[in-house]
Ligand binder design. Structure first.
Ligand code: VG1
Ligand code: CO
Length: 598
């Protein structure tokens, strides 16, 4: 795929100095996200992409991808992305790269891009997506030659090139020149992705099982106006010959919501944003229901009136992993060896549902001559990708070891495969897991403030600064409490705080770390809360709160169980002296309760 630089001869790149230079922020949990007013400033995109070009132009000769010259471009359909992708292609071609652009003007999901990068043996990929953020935000993720999201070292290097003295202007060619150079081509990411899913799931056998059913499957899929639609249609309609109901499966610049920024939709597949789907699922008429975020790397799966939480679904998949020969991915060069171990990863703030199965899994893999590791990482899938990608996050992202990203559609297909194999409903499947291993009741909430002014308001920057100060104050208060052991032994509402600690993450190389990746509050009666600041926002702050409570009984009311904890948290922040915002909007508030005693 890669071309030599001699083939770039004949181009006439010109240098365009920036009219204004902006301070581009560092990457957060997953790339950079900004409100569109900032992103659309003159030369912002140009400065951003030129910085990426500088980074990849200067890879050392011993870099595993040195010599490769192809960069993939694609992204979600949000307002302006098609143009941004073309503009970026011109800049990258002028910098000596050849560019592969996803078909249909560059609309592609993150998992499909990740797969295509590896498949084409490219140098890297740039994915234009702000993921679950509303269309009023713009985002860019950078993925490396193996398809994985850039880790801190790459992120730091790109960031410093973007803001370096050297980066005073960008190189570009005209659109026609780019098109005629032979250095800009389209790739069929939908087809490549469909082929991959077929290899994983064996569609021929699934079609047979589908044909053998007494009653046709009723399926409802919600693409939330993002990039998922074309991939869903490829696998479910074209390849599996099913007839799902498709909701918001046309890629839409407004991501399935209103074009009015004040009423922008959050393309996030979680209970607060899916009332329509929750209602439809509640009728019990659908065997399988699912929704995906704008770049289709997150999902929420359910069916027959039931919804499966992310970490629970990972536990279910762990139980049925032989159906997709999971262990093949963890064998060094395809041979069993005493050191080989299957790695089940989850971010530390995710419900440890899979941890409950440790003994079972250890026994299972020992019989296959393999070890087992269950590990906790910092938040952001890049940390899980580093270990082989078989892992889960509470925010509805789950990976598969064939690629190096989260993959929403993989998850729905795996659930469908298990349903076909066992003849059970999602609820029956989950109940079996809970009966055997117990259940962790989980909810996430937040304590947050977003700017109320728009970015075009002259007082916007001032408001941002004041919110930044609030965030710092909150950070300091928490830090101080941890350091000085404040609050230990105190009662908050009806619960006693038993301990308060900070947790750091160090990656397997030992070189990269995420200090203070979580703060852990242990309350009485087995209630644990973890918290951390979000790194995907575009202004203001969000302290995320993650609540867990373990029980052998699986049919209890989650709300009854967790309300003393949400209450304790409100008391805790007031006690801490933070009154600028109070914790609220827990995602389970909109989650249908399971019936008692079921
Ligand atoms: C959020 C989620 C995190 C996820 C990240 C990117 O980050 O909590 O689990 O990996 O978004 O998701 P934060 O820092 O806001 O909590 V997405 O779908 O960009 O790719
Ligand atoms: Co996403």
């Amino acid at each position: 795929m890669d071309r030599t630089s001699s083939e770039t001869r004949g181009l006439d790149p010109h240098f365009v100095p920036y009219r204004t230079r902006t301070n581009i922020p560092p990457m957060g949990t997953s790339g950079v996200r900004q409100v569109q007013e900032i992103f659309n400033q003159p030369d912002y995109l140009e400065q951003f992409i030129q910085g990426i070009a500088y980074h990849f132009r200067s890879l050392p000769a011993n870099h595993p991808a040195a010599g490769r010259k192809t960069i993939l471009l694609g992204g979600d359909p949000r307002l302006g992305n098609r143009e941004r992708i073309l503009k970026s292609a011109e800049i990258l071609v002028a910098n000596g790269f050849s560019v592969l652009m996803a078909e249909s003007g560059g609309i592609a999901s993150t998992p499909a891009m990740s797969h295509a990068i590896r498949h084409k043996e490219a140098l890297a990929g740039v994915i234009f997506t702000a993921s679950h953020n509303p269309f009023t935000d713009v985002g860019i993720k950078v993925n490396l030659h193996d398809g994985s999201p850039a880790l801190e070292d790459t992120a730091r290097s790109i960031h410093s090139y973007q803001n370096s003295e050297e980066n005073r202007g960008y190189y570009t060619v005209s659109r026609d020149e780019a098109r005629n150079s032979g250095l800009l081509e389209e790739i069929p990411t939908v087809e490549l992705y469909g082929d991959l899913m077929d290899r994983i799931f064996d569609f021929a056998s699934m079609r047979e099982a589908i044909r053998g059913r007494e009653r046709p499957l009723r399926i409802l899929l919600d693409g939330m106006g993002g990039a998922a639609g074309p991939y869903l249609k490829e696998v479910f309609s074209k390849r599996l010959e099913l007839h799902p109901e498709y909701h918001r499966c046309e890629p839409d610049p407004y991501l399935g919501g209103a074009s009015d920024p004040r009423r922008a939709n959050h393309p996030e597949p979680d209970f607060p944003y899916l009332s329509h789907l929750i209602e439809k699922n509640a009728t019990g008429e659908y065997d399988l229901v699912a929704a995906y975020d704008s770049d289709a790397d997150r999902r929420l799966d359910g069916g027959s009136g039931f919804w499966i939480e992310s970490a629970d679904e990972f536990a279910l998949f762990a139980l049925h992993a032989d159906l997709i020969q999971l262990e093949q991915h963890f064998l060094p060069s395809g041979e069993h060896s005493p050191e080989a171990e299957v790695v089940f990863a989850r971010s530390a703030v995710t419900s440890p549902a899979v941890d409950l199965m440790e003994e079972h899994l250890r026994r299972h893999y020992r019989e296959k001559g393999l070890g087992l590791r269950i590990l906790e990482t910092a938040t952001g899938f890049k940390w899980i990708a580093e270990y082989g990608n078989w892992g889960v996050e509470e925010s509805n992202g789950l990976g598969n070891p064939w690629i190096r990203e989260k993959d929403g559609i993989f998850s729905t297909l795996f659930l469908l495969k298990i349903m076909l194999q066992t003849g059970q409903t999602p609820r029956e499947l989950m109940e079996e897991v809970w009966r055997r291993f117990g259940r962790i009741y989980f909810a996430r909430g937040e304590l947050s403030r977003a700017p109320e002014r728009s970015a075009s308001d002259p007082a916007y920057q001032e408001e941002l600064r004041s919110l930044e100060e609030q965030k710092e104050r909150l950070q300091n208060l928490i830090g101080e409490a941890v350091r000085e052991g404040k609050g230990r032994g105190e009662m908050f509402g009806t619960l006693q705080l038993e301990s308060l600690d900070s947790w750091d993450y160090v990656d397997p190389t030992g070189a990269l770390r995420s200090a203070g990746a979580a703060t852990i509050l242990q309350f009485g009666q087995g209630n644990r809360v973890k918290m951390r600041f979000s790194g995907t926002g575009s202004g203001g702050y969000t302290l995320r709160l993650y609540l867990t409570h373990y029980s052998r009984e699986y049919g209890l009311s989650k709300r009854d169980l967790l309300s003393p904890v949400t209450d304790a948290l409100s008391h805790f922040f007031t006690w801490l002296g933070f009154r600028d915002a109070t914790p609220g909007s827990y995602n389970d508030e909109k989650q249908p309760e399971m019936e008692q005693g079921s």
